[in-house]
Design a binder for this molecule. Structure first.
Ligand SMILES: [Zn+2]
Length: 84
């Protein structure tokens, strides 16, 4: 007697990858919001946008709340992709 648990490793890795990616995006948004980034105008308050690009990677931008300057964020998720 027992329960057969069919462990699908690919599915598991994908699930982990999704979690890590979500955590990464949250981290980026938090860091940018914590004054890690400074605009040319001296402001450190930004609205952060992140989105998935066509290659299953992420792109992001921070938009200055003072002058609307848009700063591209370098979101390297290649390490996360290695998990998958
Ligand atoms: Zn600015």
């Amino acid at each position: 007697m027992g329960i057969d648990f069919n462990f699908d490793e690919d599915e598991f890795r994908n699930a982990i990858g999704d979690k890590v990616e979500a955590a990464f995006i949250e981290y980026v948004e938090t860091e940018v919001g914590n004054g890690e980034l400074e605009c040319d105008c001296g402001s450190t308050t930004f609205d952060v946008e992140t989105w998935q690009n066509g290659n299953a990677g992420y792109e992001g931008a921070a938009i200055c709340r003072e002058c609307d300057e848009r700063i591209a964020l370098d979101l390297d998720t290649s390490d996360i992709d290695d998990i998958r």
